[in-house]
Design a binder for this molecule. Structure first.
Ligand code: C2E
Ligand code: MG
Ligand code: MG
Length: 439
């Protein structure tokens, strides 16, 4: 990251010490002042909330000094990309706010996109290159609006962008008072938590399985277990209930349950002469629990399956996670004989060097590199390069989220070992999967 030195910025009173930008309090006053003056019928004041995706992982992987210099660089990029009429503030760790006045809705969106592009340019740290991803929330407002309510709306829109996978821009649609919005969200989380408890009590929790198909001969070599929660005929997707389960600590129960259920399914498949692997997703909260290794041993003792048949899918950033407990648990899993798969590869900030210390047996190329195929040459290059690397390391590479014949062909040519996606098979229940396998 050439040329990034902390001494380049000159903080003043009321500003953020690191970047010299106005801090949160000042940001609120700036916004309030703009709202007071904004009286044009066709234009708005816009608050654009920007948050760097997975910044915690950057700090964990490279240390806080590098993290701080990156923040200085982000501030500099934003300053450069900011239109003349814009104000910029740093409102939290990796959170920035841009305030624009007298802008139309399309103009605010266009500026948000250009800020995102500026922040997403590659950065060099030593020998590594990072491609930062940024989530953005936009709130439009007029003179009748309260500044803190507007900021809160942009923050919530940004959180929504994160929930959708990051790297996105979401515009706040509803004008509800922030307290109502907060209450609404809190109530929704409580509702999901309640549903999870009910699902645990009533057998509403189940796993769907999605085949992973080897390109060479078209056979299913593994299935990924994907958790589902059904209450009163309503199926809640994991994207909604897993974050709540992580917050409330319920994830350890759910995690143990999915390990046991998947192991029982392996027994069942083996009895039918089907010898494929079952992959189970493991979350950070599980890996932070000292009891995780015990759960793994418990599963082996209880079901008698061979650990090689149960693959543990760990997201890329977790692989690099410096937390002692996470590393201990990952090594314990490897020692017990469980293969590890590097999930959502390409979305985190990990270094391939981690494969040296913590050998994964599978890399799962994230859908982000599949979705624009076959037209995006950069995605093709990534798929090809990662396939070659995996081949040299002697490990499998699976492309995720393959939806079309064109994507499939392109990935086969790039050299991936296997594919997973709606094009070949959707996630399905146990019975349906068995029929599918035997067809
Ligand atoms: P993941 O591990 O990357 O799982 C793949 C996700 O991609 C699944 O979403 C799957 O349904 C979806 N998918 C597969 N093929 C396609 C395709 O062709 N197009 C598109 N658009 N999507 C496709 P799902 O089931 O909603 O799961 C989302 C995430 O929730 C998973 O991402 C995983 O991170 C998490 N998850 C699921 N089950 C569990 C679990 O048992 N434990 C934990 N900790 N996390 C889980
Ligand atoms: Mg997965
Ligand atoms: Mg994945």
């Amino acid at each position: 990251m050439a040329g990034v030195f902390l001494k380049d910025v000159h903080p003043s009173a009321g500003s953020d010490w690191l970047t010299g930008l106005p801090a949160r309090g000042n940001c609120l006053s700036l916004l309030a002042a703009e709202l007071e003056h904004g009286e044009h019928p066709d234009s708005h004041v816009a608050a654009i909330w920007l948050n760097i995706d997975r910044f915690r992982q950057i700090n964990n992987s490279f240390g806080h000094i590098v993290g701080d210099s990156l923040l200085v660089e982000f501030a500099r990029r934003l300053r450069r990309a900011l239109p003349l009429k814009g104000e910029l503030a740093r409102v939290g760790g990796d959170e920035f706010v841009v305030i624009l006045s007298g802008v139309s809705e399309p103009e605010a969106n266009r500026i948000a996109r250009s800020l995102q592009t500026a922040l997403s340019q590659p950065l060099g740290i030593g020998t590594q290159r990072l491609r930062p991803s940024v989530s953005i929330g936009i709130a439009l407002a007029g003179p009748e609006d309260d500044a803190s309510a507007v900021l809160e709306r942009s923050d919530r829109a940004m959180s929504e962008a994160k929930r959708e996978g990051g790297g996105r821009i979401v515009q706040a649609v509803n004008q509800q008072h922030p307290v109502q919005v907060g209450k609404h969200l809190a109530r929704e989380e409580l509702g999901v938590e309640e549903m999870l408890h009910r699902a645990l009590e009533t057998g509403g929790l189940f796993l769907d399985y999605q085949p992973i198909i080897r390109v060479a001969d078209g056979t299913a070599v593994a299935v990924e277990a994907l958790m589902r929660c059904r209450v009163d005929d309503q199926v809640i997707p994991p994207g909604r209930f897993i974050p709540v389960a992580e917050k409330t600590g319920l994830i350890s129960h759910l995690g143990d349950w999915s390990l046991v259920t998947a192991a029982e399914f392996i027994q069942h498949l083996n009895r039918q002469g089907l010898n494929l692997k079952v992959a189970v997703n493991v979350s950070r909260a599980q890996l932070l629990t000292p009891a995780f290794a015990k759960s793994l041993h418990g599963v082996l003792a209880y079901t008698g399956i061979a650990p090689e048949q149960m693959e543990l899918e760990i997201t890329e950033s977790l692989f690099m996670d410096k937390a002692d407990e996470v590393q201990k648990n990952l090594h314990a899993a490897l020692e017990a004989g469980f293969p590890l798969a590097l999930d959502d590869f390409g979305t985190g900030y990990s270094s391939l060097a981690c494969l040296k210390d913590l050998p994964a047996s599978k890399i799962k190329l994230d859908r982000a590199f599949v979705v624009d195929l076959p037209n995006d040459t950069r995605s093709i290059c990534v798929a090809r390069a990662v396939s070659r690397l995996a081949a040299d390391l002697g490990i499998t590479i699976v492309a995720e989220g393959v939806e079309t014949a064109e994507q499939y062909e392109c990935l086969c040519q790039a050299g991936v070992t296997a594919v997973q996606g709606f094009y070949l098979a959707r996630p399905m229940g146990e019975l349906e999967l068995q029929k599918w396998l035997l067809a």
